[in-house]
Design a protein around this ligand. Sequence first.
Ligand SMILES: Nc1nc2c(ncn2[C@@H]2O[C@H](COP(=O)(O)O[C@H]3[C@@H](O)[C@H](n4cnc5c(=O)[nH]c(N)nc54)O[C@@H]3COP(=O)(O)O)[C@@H](O)[C@H]2O)c(=O)[nH]1
Length: 701
Amino acid sequence: MSSRIASDEGFITLFHRLPIACILTRVSDNEVLAINPAFEQLFGWRAEDIISHSSADIPAWSSQQQREQLLETVNREGRIDQFETRFRCRDGELKPCLLYAELIDVSGQACRLLMAHDISDRITSEHALKRSEAKFAALFQDSPEPYMLFEKQSAQIAEINRSFTELFGYQAADIVGKTALEIGLWRHPEKRPATIAKLLRDNRLRNEPIDFVTQDGHVLHCEASSNFILIGDERRTLTSLKDVTEQKQVEARIKHQAFHDALTDLPNRLLLHDRIHQHLALGERHGLSCALLFFDLDHFKRINDSLGHSCGDAVLQEVSQRLLGRVRRADTVARLGGDEFVVLLTGLKGDHPQVAEQARLSAEQLLHAVAAPMTIKGHNLQLSCSIGIALASQHGDTPEDLLKHADTALYGVKANGRNSIAFFEPQMQIVVSQRLQLETELRQALVEQQFCLHYQPQIDARGQRVIGAEALLRWQHPDKGLIGPGTFMHVLEESGMILQAGHWVLLQACHFIARLLGECKLAPDSFSLSVNISPRQFRQSDFVAQVDAAVRESGIPANCLKLEITESMVIQNIKDTVSKMHELRAMGIRFAIDDFGTGYSSLSYLKRLPVDLLKIDQSFIHDCAQEGNDAEIVRAIIAMARSLKLELIAEGVETAEQLAFLQQQDCHAYQGYLFSPAVAEEPFLQFILPAQSNIDAHESR
Ligand SMILES: Nc1nc2c(ncn2[C@@H]2O[C@H](COP(=O)(O)O[C@H]3[C@@H](O)[C@H](n4cnc5c(=O)[nH]c(N)nc54)O[C@@H]3COP(=O)(O)O)[C@@H](O)[C@H]2O)c(=O)[nH]1
């Protein structure tokens, strides 16, 4: 401290105690008069390094230019606030400082008091902030997620990033300064106030589902997350968006698939159930009724089996379109699977008879719609269908009951010949339960082997010789005794159990032939056993292999086995049938056309078939001796067989007159009650052991 200012004691004390670094210089010659301890401590300089030197010479200034600038301002204006510079410390470090300088009078001398405030921390944090702002800017711009920055107050867009531009198509120049509403970003602007309220309440948004619209008008399903942030002094809303459009579409697809049939895209059972539920509730409220129409395409399996599944699928699609085309928008057409469709007619008004009448009229229209000819993959088809109807409240109050009762009514239509409609009636349930009971018992019968074969002899009337037999299925029911196939064959067919039963029959028949040839010493050329083959059995892709295996396993000559098929079976899929017949024929298996005369009886298809024998149907035999139409038909069949060089056998021959007529026409082979009904294995053996003596014995009875 210079002696010339030492007398101003109050100032000196204050000067030395000030916690801020101070330096005092004389204006007239710029000589440094004093520095305080805070100065020494901050910059490391000692008093002797500084005091008495001209301020231009002191080493603390890092820039003379700045020093002169500062002095000039202070001299001119008497003071300077916040002059930023760097002071060199004794150890060489340049320390950022904020300088305050003022002209003061100290003991009558004009002096400059310069105070230096260390701003190293502020500069460091400013740098850190700058770095973090730069990082934020880089993150914001380069983020793969679309980002938007809004002015908090005005909600104007302040910035968008590249990903936002890529996703939405907007360039920053197009939208900065505008609100999302102004540019039409919201798909549902009416939802914005609630979303903003939520943001303000929670101070953030997390994965808020919002639909936006892109610049070119596409809808984007997004999840938006928002936070308030401070950038500089500005309060901003930072919003990141997650585009979940694809995810939503996948979810929607999965949901759609869960409630719709994949082939026709019609509602499935689940959705139908839901719709029935809704309409029952609505109906109750508004006094309206609804009706359930349960559809089944008649003999649809034949289309699948004969023309293939892709054709069957196309038929189902065509039927679904026809049904959709005939109902109102409020009605539902559903597919439950296979060839089962359900139509839910809704909004039916009036009392019970009026509602029933509306349902009946609609059902008839739908029946006709299905029955109109259709061309599927080049095939001209004409279908028919059966419809069972259940009416809400009259026939059920729940979806389950209505579906069950419409199905029961459908069963009633099918039992009465199909191609028609029927309303549910309580007694129909008895028929359904009986049918179910029969099906259950038949399954049990297959497991417990309650089936057996009976054999009806086939005779050559010229020598009364047994030339063969027809194997006929019987069911040895544990309570009801022996049951003929007329009672259960259709159930085996419809349920598919015929495949297992038919295979069993085939094996049994082959083993029976083996016993006849082995134990009874029958000559293979003198006897054949006929086995009835059901259409479903024949259509199996491995049918030929099954027959081959049965023949091989039993070790019989293949020509002892004769397969009986019907004309209708051949017609259903002539290509496949003929090819299988040729394969089996090549193995030595023989074929008979059963019930001949009742079907197409066409020469043209008969010529194409590898057939050995025609069986004249018993319906023509019954009255053939009366010389009426049946006699003519029998004559025509015999002539046809002769021209095609086919064997013949008449079935159902019950009287000597019938046999005499047949023999007059040169048809000598027959089977029927006249000789014997079908009998069990043991009695059958009596006819052929020894063959001739048994026939004699039979004649003498
Ligand atoms: N797929 C299979 N179908 C089979 C099998 N076993 C039988 N069937 C089919 O059932 C139909 C009925 O058979 P069934 O009740 O045994 O009747 C046969 C004879 O008993 C009966 N018949 C024989 N002679 C007479 C007669 O003089 N009068 C008269 N009223 N009926 C008589 O005819 C039936 C044999 O007919 P068909 O088969 O046309 O030769 C039967 O039609 C078979 O289709 C089987 O294992 N698999």
